[in-house]
Write a protein that binds this ligand. Structure first.
Ligand code: NDP
Ligand code: OXD
Length: 314
């Protein structure tokens, strides 16, 4: 019942150490060391090298160290076994902090005050819309999107959400499916994207979509906050939208290519805020405990929390 850790970053040794401390009774091996492939029942992966999980005859499940599983489905030789993704209250809380922080920065025009401070300008004449005057639209109402939407609503924002299937959330206007997308965009001043990257969502955030956002809002133009995945956005479309005015500003945590290439124009755009894909860094202890709890559930014949639908890829 060996656990194989297949993590494409320097932190592989940390993960092995952590899992060994949490489950001293289990055999835990790293991809880079010799091990008997027949003994591997469980894989813990974050961006493993493609093909590395093929030829594990007794593999029972793959656990993603992240909430997103697009890194797994990108492997053309991914074994056909159940996939379980990371879910934890800690991860959810961290993402909501990020979303709330950046919605408030846009609401309170903090980037303009930062520029004023650098220029030693005292100008208090910008006007301050109330949170209730600003319409936030959250794309994706899953583990992360729903919590962020509810916290924004508590702060007083006028919140709506969009998902594949219909949702009923107190105090939040909900839209669903293709038919719900345009009316959702038409009432949105700050668009928060917390969708997974799947064949259906790739490239969704493009110039055509930005042009459908509300143009009559109190912020002076629509704002994009994307903390889902870089593959959801078309960066040339974001720059074009910023330049033509169909976007006023953007906060981006994720990018088409990561790390964001030095030559990207997003680095220096005065109305773009860049963060290095760390909106919600997972607490390693919480994720390790989640994985071991789900292994125990599968061993008892129960369905694990965070089971991914392979047809939808999330
Ligand atoms: P969930 O699977 O819980 O929720 C996904 C949501 O997206 C659901 O509401 C789902 O709709 C909706 N959705 C999926 N496909 C479509 C579609 N085609 N049209 C409309 N709605 C759709 O995921 P999480 O909330 O846990 O995570 C979301 C993503 O956040 C992850 O996949 C990952 O990419 C990203 N992430 C980023 C992090 C960062 O640090 N930047 C950290 C963690 C996660 P329905 O409910 O109807 O199925
Ligand atoms: C995740 C991430 O998917 O950190 O958890 O991006």
């Amino acid at each position: 019942m060996t656990i194989l850790v297949a993590v494409a970053m320097q932190r592989e040794a940390d993960w092995i150490e952590r899992l060994r401390r949490l489950a001293p009774e289990r055999k835990i091996v790293a991809l880079g060391e010799p091990f008997d492939r027949r003994e591997v029942h469980w894989v813990v992966s974050w961006r493993h090298p493609h093909g590395a999980l093929a030829g594990l005859p007794n593999l029972a499940a793959i656990f993603s160290l992240g909430a997103g599983v697009d890194h797994l489905f990108a492997d053309p030789r991914l074994p056909d076994v159940p996939i379980v993704r990371a879910i934890s209250p800690d991860l959810t809380a961290r993402m909501s902090e990020y979303v709330v922080l950046h919605c408030l920065l846009h609401l309170r025009q903090q980037r303009r005050y930062d520029a004023q401070q650098r220029a030693r300008v005292w100008d208090d004449d910008m006007g301050q819309p109330a949170a209730s005057d600003v319409r936030v639209g959250v794309m994706g109402l899953g583990e992360l999107g729903r919590d962020a939407a509810e916290k924004l609503r508590i702060l007083g924002f006028d919140v709506a959400g969009w998902s594949r299937t219909r949702k009923d959330i107190s105090g939040i206007e909900t839209f669903s499916g293709e038919a719900g997308l345009d009316p959702f965009l038409a009432r949105t001043d700050i668009l928060v994207c917390l969708l997974p990257l799947t064949p259906d969502t790739r490239g969704l955030l493009d110039l055509g979509l930005f042009r459908k956002l509300a143009r009559n809002g109190r912020l002076g133009g629509p704002v994009l906050i994307n903390a889902g995945r870089g593959g959801l956005q078309v960066e040339a479309g974001i720059l074009a939208a910023l330049n033509e005015g169909s976007l006023l500003a953007a906060t981006l945590d994720v990018f088409e290519t990561e790390p964001l290439p030095q030559e990207s124009l997003l680095w220096e755009h005065p109305r773009v805020t860049v963060t290095p894909h760390n909106a919600a860094l997972s607490d390693a202890g919480a994720i390790g405990r989640h994985i071991l709890t789900q292994i125990a559930r599968i061993e008892r014949g129960e369905t694990p929390d965070g089971l991914v639908d392979p047809a939808r890829q999330y």
